[in-house]
Write a protein that binds this ligand. Structure first.
Ligand code: PGA
Length: 252
């Protein structure tokens, strides 16, 4: 069976105190999450150590960063390296989020560097792909997503590819309250899996493909019921412990 994952991307929200409380609230309700579901939280960099201290000795939630540097180390003021994240310890890093691509100019070339740094340091990348509204409306979404996958993931060795988690996040659904229908999600997830199989064969059967974009307790069950939707990357709704737990509890 494929891994099921629900990851909370806190983005640039919460103070350290609020982030610690959110973590504690999640742990308090964690019994409600069915066995076999991996929870992951992705707080801002500044919170990682404190949150890691709270999660110590637990299998779940795992800890993710929201970004890492493309360089190894050195004179890169303001950057945070994959080795630093691994030393927290984080187990995951979100890469290629549309906000990073759009606001910080992260290209496939940069993202390939970042993914390589993450993998060298034992971090599992949660690699985000997705089209903007105009691309969907002009029927370009499959082409856009396949380019995003080809330019980065196809450059990896199969052993590295095995560690990657993919998140399909249609940009028009992120933070807009407008979710992709479960048909649209399933169609794209199945496409992504088949496309990955062109390069990685059977390994693509085991790749967790998460859906992201206005996923909430009221729509998670329908999305997660689809055969190629292996969980979610949750933004806004991950900032409320009850909503995050309810989403994680939505697997059939
Ligand atoms: P959202 O964000 O759930 O707030 O739409 C998802 C994401 O950007 O990862």
């Amino acid at each position: 069976m494929r891994e099921k994952i629900v990851a909370g991307n806190w983005k640039m929200n919460t103070t350290i105190r609020e982030g610690k409380k959110l973590t504690e609230d999640i742990l308090r309700g964690i019994e409600s999450v069915p066995a076999g579901i991996t929870l992951v939280v992705a707080p801002p960099f500044t919170h990682l150590s404190s949150v890691s201290g709270i999660l110590k000795d637990r299998n779940t939630p795992g800890l993710a960063a929201q970004n890492c540097a493309s360089a190894d180390k050195g004179a890169f003021t303001g950057e945070v390296s994959a080795a630093m994240l691994a030393s927290v310890p984080c187990q995951y890093v979100i890469l290629g989020h549309s906000e990073r691509r759009e606001y910080y100019g992260e290209t496939s070339e940069i993202l390939l560097e970042k993914i390589q740094r993450a993998l060298e340091n034992g971090l599992r990348p949660i690699f985000c792909v997705g089209e903007v509204l105009e691309e969907r409306e002009s029927d370009m979404h499959f082409q856009v997503v396949s380019s995003q996958l080809r330019e980065v993931l196809f450059r990896l060795d199969p052993d590295d590819f095995k560690k990657v988690i993919v998140a399909y996040e249609p940009v028009w659904a992120i933070g807009t309250g407008k979710t992709a229908t479960s048909e649209q999600a399933q169609e794209m997830h199945a496409f992504i899996r088949a496309f990955l199989a062109e390069s990685f064969g059977d390994l693509a059967e085991s790749t967790p493909i998460l859906y992201g974009g206005s996923c909430k307790p009221s729509n998670a069950a329908e999305l997660f019921a689809r055969p190629d939707v292996d969980g979610g990357l949750i933004g806004g709704a991950s900032l409320k412990a009850d909503d995050f737990l309810a989403i994680a509890g939505s697997f059939a």
